[in-house]
Design a protein around this ligand. Structure first.
Ligand SMILES: Nc1ncnc2c1ncn2[C@@H]1O[C@H](COP(=O)(O)OP(=O)(O)O)[C@@H](O)[C@H]1O
Ligand SMILES: [Mg+2]
Length: 332
């Protein structure tokens, strides 16, 4: 249970086509992340799957059944939003049990499910508290608990960590990944943050302007981006692009080199330039380099490198780590 198939799913808002026709296969038990810049249609696509928006055309099949016209409740999916929208005057227990109460479930079964979810989420000791007495991370877990008790065939998350501070986001990322391992239920997760996508996904769907640019595992996208957009979007810091002579020499319109794939030398290399900002983090050194042809690139070395602002530096891409792109931005 928990497979979702989109066939030529289109969505217009009035005259504006937001999703121009998407085909996608989500397998049972998969952790699928929709990632792309703000406004590219991630939430819309998730809401179409949930049934919170009607498709303009196309088909949505859930567990082999055509659910295109089905009301949200019939789809057996549970959505977790960025704003967790807990009821402040209700206890954690009542917040988690709320959808079950609304469905008229027997009180003992409600309590059994709440206890089960609380156990998974480490909320057992907090069931009698109100949301106001919880930390941000705990509140987000209550919202997830409310989804778990419904025993959905898939979870849909829309940027659930955006309201949390950076450190908490990292923790919650791991928690949600662990939750996926425990529940082994399909999860579809929307984020604009490619690091979240890379760290959590079995399968990443990269979206741009409603189009799927590429679908693949994190490392497939990292290693073999199909075009310049995916190449630039996946990986942090971003891939560097060089045009002009450097690219022409390799028979391409542009070449791409990731910061971690430059070898640095103070004496010689394929590209020469001057160090602007040097970021010494201890674990890594990031050099912002102005190459002699005017291109700005970032190079990363592991550990400490004694190079500073104003130094001359020479960069050579590692063997087999140069990406080539044509004029349209397609990978060659
Ligand atoms: N209800 C709506 N009416 C009109 N336009 C909408 C509506 N919802 C979303 N849009 C538009 O659809 C596009 C995609 O939005 P959205 O799916 O929210 O993007 P994302 O979640 O990737 O940031 C945006 O241009 C947005 O303005
Ligand atoms: Mg959104």
């Amino acid at each position: 249970m928990g497979s979702i198939t989109l066939e030529q799913v289109r969505k217009n808002f009035g005259d504006v086509e937001v999703i121009p026709g998407v085909d996608l296969e989500i397998n049972d038990g998969e952790f699928v992340v929709f990632v792309g810049p703000s406004g590219c249609g991630k939430s819309t696509l998730l809401r179409l799957i949930a049934g919170l928006e009607d498709v303009t055309s196309g088909r949505i099949v859930i567990d082999g059944q055509d659910m295109t016209q089905a009301a949200p409740a019939r789809r057996k999916l549970a959505m977790v939003f960025q704003s967790y929208a807990l009821y402040p005057h209700m206890s954690v227990r009542k917040n988690i049990a709320f959808p079950l109460k609304m469905a008229g479930m027997a009180a003992e079964e409600q309590e059994r499910r709440v206890q089960h979810a609380a156990g998974i989420l480490n909320l057992t000791d907090y069931l009698d508290r109100r949301p106001g007495q919880l930390s941000g991370g705990q509140r987000q877990r209550v919202a997830i608990g409310r989804a778990i008790v419904r025993e959905p065939s898939a979870f849909l998350f829309d940027e659930p960590l955006s309201n949390l501070d950076a450190a908490l986001r990292v923790n919650m990322r791991v928690e949600i990944s662990e939750l996926h391992k425990k529940l082994a239920t399909t999860m579809v997760y929307v984020t604009h943050d490619q690091v979240e996508a890379m760290t959590m996904a079995d399968k990443i769907v990269v979206l741009r302007a409603g189009h799927i640019e590429q679908v693949g595992s994190p490392l497939e996208l990292y290693r073999s981006p199909r075009n310049r957009f995916v190449a630039g979007f996946i990986g942090s810091p971003n891939m560097n692009f060089l045009e002009g002579a450097a690219a022409a020499g390799l028979g391409a319109h542009a070449i791409g080199v990731r910061p971690e794939h430059f070898a640095m030398s103070t004496t010689e290399g394929a590209f020469s330039g001057t160090v602007g900002v040097a970021e010494h983090l201890g674990s890594d050194t990031f050099l912002h380099v102005d190459l002699d042809d005017g291109t700005h690139v970032v190079a990363r070395a592991a550990g400490e490198v004694p190079v500073h602002h104003g130094d001359r530096i020479h960069l050579t891409p590692q063997e087999g780590r140069v990406y080539r792109f044509d004029q349209q931005g397609l990978a060659l």
